[in-house]
Ligand binder design. Sequence first.
Ligand code: SAH
Length: 229
Amino acid sequence: MHPFKGFLCTSMSKSVQEDTLKHQGMRRKMIEELGRKDRFDPLVLEAMMKVPRHVFLDPIFVQQAYSDTAFQIGAQQTISHPSTVAYQTTQLNIKRGDKILEIGTGSGYQTCVLLELGAKVFTIERQRELYDVTSAFLPMMGYKPKFYYGDGYKGLPTFAPFDKILVTCGAPFVPEDLLQQLKVGGVLVIPVGEGKVQLMKRITRTGEQTFETEELKQFSFVPMLSSKA
Ligand code: SAH
C-alpha cells in the first residue's frame, strides 16, 4: 500500500525518514506486546504492522513511537495510543470495502490503519494546520483517503450512509447527525464524556429508528470541539 522509503511529519515541517529493518523490528515487538495486552483482532494488528508509526513523529522520538504512548502532533492534539487505535479498530469489525467516516484525522495514523484493512475512508479534521499537513503527507506515502476540513459533529451528509463511523476525540454527547449517517446494521464507535475521561460506546443501528448501545471501557481523549471551519 505504501511504496515509500519514509517521510517525517512534525507539525508544519517534513523531512525524509526511512522505514528500516530496525524500525520494523521495533514495530513487531510493539505489536506482539499489544497482542498480549488485550484480545485485539489479529487483522487489525497485522494492519498496524504495516503502518510505520515513527514517520508520524520526530526522529528523536523513535523509541516512544514504538511504545504504547500517545504523542503531541501539534495544534495541541495527540496521536492516540497504539492500544487505543487497536481497540477502536477492533470494535469497528472492519470488512474489506467498508465505507468509513473518521472524525479527527489528526496525524492520519489511524486513517492509515483503516486503509490497510481495505476500507474506503472519509476523514474530517477541524484544525486547518493538521488538515493541511496530513492531507499532503498521507498521499506521499501512498495512502489516499478522502480528506475534509470541517466539523465532525455534522459528519458528511453528502456521502452518507456509512458502514462504520469512528470518532477519535472525546465527544460530550453522541451527535445525532452521525447516528443518522449510519447504514442500518452500521456501527458507530465513539468515546463519550466531558472532562478527562470518556466511556467508549459502540452503537449499532438496528433499524431505521432503532439503535443498540454497548458501553465498553474508559479512555482519555482530547476533546471533540465545535467547528472552526
Ligand atoms: N486519529 C488521530 C487522533 C487525533 S486526536 C490520529 O491517529 O492521529 C483527535 C483529533 O480530532 C484532533 O486532530 C482534533 O483536532 C480533531 N477534532 C476535534 N474536534 C473535532 C471536530 N469537531 N471535528 C473534526 N475533528 C475534530
